[in-house]
Design a binder for this molecule. Structure first.
Ligand code: ATP
Length: 245
């Protein structure tokens, strides 16, 4: 079996199945919908931002798209197949960062990254980890355990875990949370470069600058779903909390 690299895979031609195709997807809990019905397709080389106010249903939608929540109704296909996050294909292709508490307290930062990287068959685990520790500003903290990190440093570790493994679809829920401005900017620039190289990115964000750098299209999530350009979406979220700090 050939070993994987940790780079995003080449963009599929547009005639190939979309990386994500959501068809009349109703996200919610049990039989209760949280927002309007969502339909979209996302190809390699595209980044879709989901925007909208707190509680609108963005996280619920992305969790439903990747099969962590059952849909109230409708379907999602990833790379043409029904979503099943237990399959090897799904786990090989789809990298997800949602949960701030998704770490093992006893393992160091570099051990976390090594498990993820080796578990996905990456050939040059040490080199890959070292590059990501550097990128995320964690090199000096490689031997630290999660509870000895700041919340922003833990966030960096979780984000780094998505970059030490192969991925053709990356799903991030508010990746900007707790990152300082410089790290947000570095991450946004890198994500956009990976999208331009063929990655499909689905990202929930409240940060207009992050969105403007990263997104190629956007959905405004509310009781009714609106398709937006990145510029329209950035304006919409910039006015979400006009009195916030
Ligand atoms: N486990 C759950 N069971 C039932 N309802 C839930 C659950 N989790 C969230 N909700 C509700 O679903 C709605 C949508 O929540 P969701 O987290 O998807 O919103 P969001 O748009 O991501 O918000 P935010 O911007 O604050 O992160 C909210 O009204 C929330 O209270």
């Amino acid at each position: 079996m050939s070993k994987a690299t940790n780079s995003p895979q080449k963009s599929p031609a547009r005639r190939e199945p979309a990386v994500v195709r959501a068809d009349k997807l109703q996200a919610g809990y049990g039989t209760t919908a949280v927002c309007g019905v969502v339909s979209f397709s996302l190809h390699g080389g595209q980044a879709m931002a989901l925007v909208g106010p707190n509680g609108a249903g963005k996280s619920t939608v992305v969790k439903t798209v990747v099969g962590q929540l059952e849909a109230v109704s409708g379907t999602t296909l990833i790379n043409g197949a029904e979503v099943d996050d237990r399959t090897l294909d799904f786990r090989r292709e789809v990298a997800v960062v949602f949960d701030d508490d998704a770490f093992f307290p006893a393992l160091t930062v570099e051990e976390h990254l090594a498990i993820v990287s080796a578990g996905h068959g990456v050939e040059d685990v040490e080199e890959t980890i070292s590059a990501e520790l550097e990128f995320f500003g964690l090199a000096a903290l490689a031997k630290s355990r999660p509870y000895n990190l700041s919340s922003g440093q833990r966030r960096r570790m979780l984000l780094a875990s998505a970059f030490v493994r192969p991925r053709s679809l990356l799903v991030l829920d508010e990746p900007e949370q707790r990152l300082d401005t410089a790290m947000r900017h570095r991450l946004a620039t890198r994500l956009r470069a990976e999208v331009d190289a063929g990655l499909a990115l689905l990202v929930v964000t409240h940060d207009p600058d992050f969105l403007s750098t990263v997104a190629t299209k956007a959905l405004f999530i509310a009781d009714t779903i609106h398709t937006m350009t990145p510029t329209q979406a950035a304006v919409a979220i910039a006015s979400e909390n006009p009195h916030a700090d």
